[in-house]
Write a protein that binds this ligand. Structure first.
Ligand code: GDP
Length: 292
């Protein structure tokens, strides 16, 4: 496993010559280990290849800082590059009043839960927040959001419970001139990406012209999560991702892959089933997790 990569790298460098400099030769063994570890962390194969090529280029010929050994230097370059690729900590861009946030994603990803978690987080920051239950596809989703809304004391609009586009239109009327700062729309997912869902989401996007379109993806879904993140972005031009279930075994490779492939920011991380279990994304923390 990735645990102990640091020790492994240290050994690899010790058996090699050319102590003061990181050379093509002494880096080879280390690169092999890093490659394996990234794959184990569920980073997409293509991303691993490109990422490793970048790190190798950056590291080769690099003078080792006086305070560091070559392996520490290599880890530092690797870590800095991971953080750079995963991007800055990214804030929500909420410029309208009210601002609209559209939550999208496949069924089971944690979309409804994340909508409520985000409402809770924004409410705690002093925003007057409103939730709209437009996931008419998954039978329990609307009642689930109503229950969560009660828990955090945020109103939930659900209209006729049947027609998502109608619910969205009515919700807009409901919040007009109401003083709400943020309205979060939970939309319907499907088990797999399909045209019916995408058409519905595009229609809702056109109506809302949302400040944020956040796609929720399950970190445990591995490459499937990366593939659907790519397709949703191509169709909807999402503004960011919420990666859930990071409290499980997932090492975070999905995060690196999504960021690398879509070039869109990861905005939040889901770290449990409770309403408070949503964190802003910190690339340094995920880099540490990927590096073990
Ligand atoms: P939706 O179909 O995408 O709306 O999915 P739900 O919001 O109903 O979530 C599906 C399941 O994942 C539920 O049992 C949630 O409690 C759980 N879940 C959501 N986010 C997280 C998370 O960050 N960590 C864990 N462990 N479970 C989560």
């Amino acid at each position: 496993m990735f645990e102990g990569l640091q020790e492994k790298l240290s050994k690899a460098f010790k058996t090699l010559s050319g102590k003061g400099k990181i050379t093509e030769k002494n880096i080879k063994e280390a690169i092999k280990m890093v490659k394996l570890s990234l794959l184990e962390a569920d980073v997409n194969y293509k991303v691993v290849k490109e990422f490793i090529a970048e790190v190798t280029e950056k590291a080769t010929g690099e003078e080792v800082l006086k305070s560091l050994t070559p392996d520490q230097m290599f880890i530092k370059i690797l870590r800095d590059e991971l953080i750079r690729v995963m991007g800055e900590k990214s804030q929500l861009s909420l410029v309208h009043s009210p601002s609209y946030i559209m939550m999208v994603g496949l069924q089971g990803s944690g979309k409804t839960t994340s909508a409520a978690k985000l409402a809770n987080l924004l409410k705690k920051k002093g925003k007057k927040t409103f939730l709209v239950a437009a996931d008419t596809y998954r039978p329990a989703a609307i009642d689930q959001l109503i229950t969560l809304g009660k828990k955090i004391d945020v109103p939930v609009f659900y209209g006729d419970r049947k027609d998502p586009v109608k619910i969205v239109r009515e919700a807009i009327k409901e919040v007009k001139d109401s003083g709400y700062n943020v309205v979060i729309f939970d939309t319907a997912g499907r088990l797999h990406v399909d045209d019916e869902m995408m058409n519905e989401l595009e229609e809702i996007k056109d109506i809302l012209n949302p400040d944020e379109i956040l796609m929720v993806v399950d970190a445990m879904a591995g490459q499937d999560a990366v593939n659907s993140a790519k397709i949703f972005n191509e169709r909807l031009d999402v503004t960011g991702y919420v990666v859930t279930k990071m409290d499980g075994d997932a090492r975070g490779g999905v995060i690196l892959s999504i960021r690398y492939i879509t070039n869109k920011p990861i905005k939040f991380i889901g770290v449990g089933e409770k309403i408070e279990d949503l964190e802003e994304f910190h690339p340094e923390r995920i880099a540490s997790r990927i590096l073990g």
